[in-house]
Design a protein around this ligand. Structure first.
Ligand SMILES: CC(C)(COP(=O)(O)OP(=O)(O)OC[C@H]1O[C@@H](n2cnc3c(N)ncnc32)[C@H](O)[C@@H]1OP(=O)(O)O)[C@@H](O)C(=O)NCCC(=O)NCCS
Length: 183
């Protein structure tokens, strides 16, 4: 499904348009994800993992667009995507229908300006409207900014997956598992 369009005034004077990426935006999503996966080690993929295939992204966006539950909260400045947030069903099985999984990324240049908090607020409100009872996510243990934002927005840490990620330099990171109950 697509969310209603909104705008967010960045403190630098630029205006971000918040809407849902659709299948037509696949190239913008691809470029955004390639960029954010190279900017920090906090994303699940390295650019060379090769999952930023245009056809695959188009199909994923189409299926989110067609879904009654799943949605994207995407931020654009002009034609460029600068923020990407998705909430999707953990599994399409009856016993899992109350659980949404959230992932997000913002271009480094636009971090620390309140955009992530705004996108998260929009996402949590929409998730509730769409019938999700809880939103879950996983975050790198050393991602202090993200952990702060998620705690501020009502997520609680409930678990840790030790050594979930091994970076190219051979060091490991734990994954902190968080949940936000929407009731
Ligand atoms: C994590 C991310 C989504 C946050 O979005 P954002 O727009 O930068 O966040 P906001 O500006 O809305 O809020 C950031 C908050 O973290 C705080 N913060 C910033 N750096 C921090 C740090 N090193 N430690 C703790 N808190 C920090 C800010 O003060 C702010 O808190 P406040 O609103 O209470 O003042 C964004 O930085 C990002 O995409 N980073 C790169 C990719 C990534 O980490 N994705 C998440 C994967 S789980």
């Amino acid at each position: 499904m697509k969310i209603a369009q909104k705008k967010y005034d960045l403190p630098n004077g630029e205006i971000a348009i918040i809407k849902s990426a659709g299948a037509d935006d696949a190239l913008k999503v691809k470029l955004h994800r390639e960029a954010t996966s190279a900017e920090t080690h906090f994303m699940a993929r390295y650019p060379e993992d090769g999952e930023f295939n245009l056809e695959r992204i188009t199909n994923v966006l189409k299926s989110i667009e067609d879904s009654e539950r799943d949605f994207m909260v995407s931020a654009y400045i002009g034609d460029e995507m600068i923020g990407d947030l998705g909430v999707t069903l953990v599994r399409p099985h009856i016993k899992y229908l109350h659980r949404g999984y959230l992932g997000m990324s913002i271009r480094q240049k636009y971090t620390g300006m309140g955009l992530g908090s705004f996108m998260m607020k929009v996402a949590l409100e929409q998730a509730k409207v769409n019938g999700f009872e809880q939103v879950e996510l996983g975050v790198f243990s050393d991602n202090d900014r993200a952990r702060h934002l998620y705690s501020k927005m009502g997520f609680k840490e409930y678990g840790m997956n030790p050594r979930a990620f091994k970076l190219k330099d051979g060091t490991y990171r734990d994954e902190i598992i968080m949940v936000n109950f929407l009731d």
